[in-house]
Write a protein that binds this ligand. Sequence first.
Ligand SMILES: CC(=O)N[C@H]1[C@@H](OP(=O)(O)OP(=O)(O)OC[C@H]2O[C@@H](n3ccc(=O)[nH]c3=O)[C@H](O)[C@@H]2O)O[C@H](CO)[C@@H](O)[C@@H]1O[C@H](C)C(=O)N[C@@H](C)C(=O)N[C@H](CCC(=O)O)C(=O)O
Length: 485
Amino acid sequence: MFDVEEEFKVVSIHSDSRYVGKDSIFFCVDGLSVDGHKYIEDAVFQGAKCIVYSKPLAYKHRGVLYIKVNNVLDELNRVADVFYDHPSYKMTMIGVTGSSGKTVVALMIKEVLSHYLKMGYIGTNNIEYAGVIEQCPYTTPETIFMQRHLNDMVKRDVKGVTLEVSSHGLALKRVDGVHFDIAIFTNVYEEHLDFHGTMEHLMASKAKLFTLIDEKGYAILNTDEVRFYNLVKDSIRCHLLTYGIEHKAHVMARNIQLFIDHSEFDLQIHDDLRHVSVPVLGRFNISNVLAVITSMLALEMPMDQVLESVGYIRGVDGRMELLEHPYPFTVIVDYCQHAKSFEKVFQFAKSVQTNGRIIAVFGAPGKKNYNKREKIGKLANQYCNQVILTAEDNRDEDIHDICLDIQEYLEKPVSVIIEDRRIAIEQAIEIANHGDIILILGKGHEQFMASSIGNEPYPGDKYVALEAIDKIFKGEDEDELQQIY
Ligand SMILES: CC(=O)N[C@H]1[C@@H](OP(=O)(O)OP(=O)(O)OC[C@H]2O[C@@H](n3ccc(=O)[nH]c3=O)[C@H](O)[C@@H]2O)O[C@H](CO)[C@@H](O)[C@@H]1O[C@H](C)C(=O)N[C@@H](C)C(=O)N[C@H](CCC(=O)O)C(=O)O
């Protein structure tokens, strides 16, 4: 049925009826909780002139063009790419997937390449490009939102984009319309199994990114992630570059030395071996740095420039971030979402610990990943001397109950529950002694707390800690303090 009375110029495209405007196309996406076909009436009322749908409809509005397709999401991806004028084909697109390290790698590449190109970034932290900074609703936003921003980037002369690509984003086809030049894999942990079902499905989602790369592009794989590497390597249809610490790769780190404020290693690229120093903490971050360096090779930079670019590597806010202050104890803030990440952070603290204690401040999110509580409790029990359990996005769950679920596994360290995260951090700073390492884990850069009433403003762990340091130690003479301790 085609009874549109007059031609119309498409002003906008939508998959959410709540944002539909005049002369637009509405795509009916059958979601996990609701079916977009239910909202056709609303969309037409708000001005949609074309409906793209896949299910039988009881009624069609006059003057509206209805287009039936097999898969609405596939059409949405195709149309969004066309509507926004193929922006991803006009910039160098670098996608990063993995359970952890996506943000660090994507932001580090953006930072490094900003010395050579106008860069953009889309991911957990924000959307950032050419002076624009906007909150990103998801790690990997939905197609229309993303293509609109990519289009704006092209208009503002952005030449390259790093894009974090989550397993949800891949499974829900949010990047199917994006043309990638480089795709990077960091690692895979057991996560989001409520959504993916099994590890096999989770890995298959991540592997999908490597099918979206241009044939002339590069896949960058971590050889230390043996399972994923073996799963994907033979299906790669573009160039393949690898990095690794334990396993042979094109780019490797040897003789790693970890310090409390930086790391050093011998960087091996093919036969070239150079000693490098980078301002990032932890062995796992060396792996992230290798991914960054490998992406410079994939951009076909000459070796001199690759080595120059290593000098531009910086740590990322809220990710193993060492807080600057003059006193003789260390405070590190990390986002630390997975139990595996806790293990890596604790191992790092242990490896650089001298005569002080490891004091950890953390909680666990409410209403999800219940089995993480036991895991992080056991890890803290193994590595920490003192633990302060506190709020971390409790949502509708009782903070104290969440903390008790973790505390059950803390036998060795002294542990206490302080529900208010600000007070918990202040308490950790208050008890800091010479040589102590205070680890504030779980919120990273975030400046909100998801509670029963929604996202409440929160100053952020870094700022709470710095303020506490200032409040508690201000006026103290630094040298005298060293002697008192
Ligand atoms: C599990 C998941 O990812 N779900 C996403 C999925 O939800 P859904 O399939 O249930 O969608 P739905 O709410 O049923 O809606 C179906 C369709 O009807 C439309 N609709 C709905 C209501 C209405 O009034 N009008 C209307 O048109 C919706 O816009 C949508 O197109 O599609 C929705 C719309 O596209 C997303 O908002 C939603 O993300 C939810 C909210 C979410 O929280 N996702 C998280 C888990 C996520 O994606 N996380 C990853 C990172 C994870 C990580 O690595 O940590 C991310 O990339 O951020």
